[in-house]
Design a protein around this ligand. Structure first.
Ligand code: ATR
Length: 309
C-alpha cells in the first residue's frame, strides 16, 4: 500500500491493490496531493459503514485528469474527490453536471454511475453548512465580504453566497479584473423581480482600496479565500483597521489553525472560525452522494480531530 498512488497504478486492479486487504474504490486526485486529509476523513466513515473499500490519494498531473477518470471508471471506482488543480478540468471531463457544479464552475466530487461520470460540487453547500454550524446564521441573512474573489475557493464561496440569496456581496481581490469578471457571472442572482440591476447588493473592490475599511464596516461576514495564511509567516490579507467587533470572520485555511487574519479578528473582538468545518461538511456531503442517506458528520469530525492532533 502506498501513501500516494500515480496514474500508472491505475493500470490494473492487481497493481492498485497490491498488499491491501480491501480494494481502492474511492480517492482524492490532485497535484500535489500528499497533504490531503481526505483519506483520514473518509476511511473511518467507510469502515463504520462496512463499505469494504479503501479511499486513496492519487497524484495526477494537470492535463491527465480525463485519462485518470476513465481508468478509475474502468476499474470500478465508486467515485472520487477532485482537488487543486483539477477542479476546472473535471468540469469538462464529466459526462453530466449537477446545477451546483455548473454554477460554481468547478467539480470537487465525482460519482461513477452506469458508466458515466457525474460531477458535483460540495464545496459551496459545505461552506453554507460550515457557516451555519460555526455562527448559527444562514448566508441569506448576511452581508458578506469575500477577500480573494479571484481564485478557485473564492469563486465557489461567492457563487454559493449568491445562490443562497445573501443580502449583499462584496468581492475583494488583489487583481480587480478577476473580481469584476466574477461580478459579471453572478449578477443575475441579484436582479430583483422588477428587473433592476444588481445595484449595490453586488460590489467589487481592489484589496488596496482606501474605502476598504468602510466597505468592511457594512459587512457581517468576512471570508478569506486567498492563500495568504498557509505559511505561518504570511501577513493577513486584510488591513487590521477593517476588522470590527460585530464581524464574523471565516478563514477557509485550517492549517495552521489560527492565521494572522483570525488572530487580528479575535483581537478586534470579532467571532472567528477556520476552514476545518468546511473540510468536514464538503466531505460529509460527498459521502452522501456516494452512499445516499449517509452523512457521517460526527465520525468525520472525530477523525479530523485525530488526524490533526
Ligand atoms: P487558485 O485558488 O485558483 O489556485 P491562487 O493563485 O492560489 O488561485 O490564488 C487564490 C487567491 O489568493 C486569488 O484571489 C489571489 O489574488 P489574485 O487573483 O490577485 O492573484 C489571492 N492571493 C494570492 N496571493 C496573494 C497575496 N500575496 N496578496 C493578496 N492576494 C493574494
Amino acid at each position: 500500500m502506498k501513501e500516494v498512488y500515480s496514474i500508472d497504478d491505475l493500470a490494473s486492479r492487481e497493481r492498485l491493490d497490491e498488499g491491501a486487504d480491501q480494494p481502492a474504490r474511492l480517492a482524492v486526485i490532485g497535484h500535489p496531493v500528499q497533504h490531503s486529509l481526505s483519506p483520514q476523513l473518509h476511511q473511518p466513515a467507510l469502515d463504520e459503514a462496512e463499505a469494504g473499500m479503501r479511499y486513496i490519494r492519487i497524484d495526477i498531473e494537470a492535463g491527465r485528469l480525463a485519462d485518470a477518470l476513465a481508468a478509475m471508471k474502468d476499474l470500478g471506482f465508486l467515485g472520487t474527490n477532485v482537488t487543486v488543480p483539477h477542479k476546472f478540468e473535471a468540469l469538462a471531463a464529466c459526462d453530466e453536471l449537477d446545477e451546483g457544479a455548473s454554477v460554481l464552475g468547478a467539480v470537487n466530487t465525482v460519482l461513477f454511475e452506469d458508466g458515466r461520470a457525474l460531477g458535483f460540487n460540495t464545496d459551496g453547500p459545505g461552506f453554507g453548512l460550515a457557516v451555519r454550524e460555526e455562527f448559527a446564521v444562514d448566508l441569506k441573512d448576511l452581508r458578506i465580504m469575500i477577500v480573494g474573489a479571484g481564485g478557485g475557493a473564492g469563486r465557489a464561496v461567492a457563487a454559493q453566497c449568491a445562490r443562497e440569496g445573501c443580502e449583499r456581496l462584496i468581492l475583494v481581490n488583489r487583481t480587480l479584473e478577476k473580481a469584476e469578471q466574477l461580478r459579471e457571472e453572478l449578477a443575475h442572482f441579484f436582479h430583483s423581480e422588477r428587473l433592476e440591476g444588481p445595484g449595490d447588493r453586488l460590489v467589487v473592490a481592489p484589496l488596496d482600496s482606501p474605502l476598504l475599511p468602510e466597505e468592511a464596516g457594512h459587512a457581517d461576514l468576512i471570508v478569506n479565500t486567498t492563500s495568504l495564511g498557509l505559511k505561518r509567516t504570511d501577513p493577513s490579507p486584510l488591513p487590521g483597521n477593517c476588522l470590527q467587533p460585530h464581524h464574523l470572520v471565516y478563514d477557509t485555511i485550517y492549517n495552521p489553525p489560527q492565521t494572522r487574519l483570525l488572530a487580528d479578528a479575535a483581537r478586534a473582538g470579532a467571532r472567528t472560525a477556520n476552514g476545518l468545518s468546511l473540510l468536514l461538511h464538503q466531505g460529509a456531503l460527498a459521502f452522501d452522494l456516494w452512499f445516499p442517506g449517509r452523512r457521517p458528520v460526527d465520525t468525520m469530525r472525530r477523525a479530523l480531530a485525530a488526524a490533526l492532533k
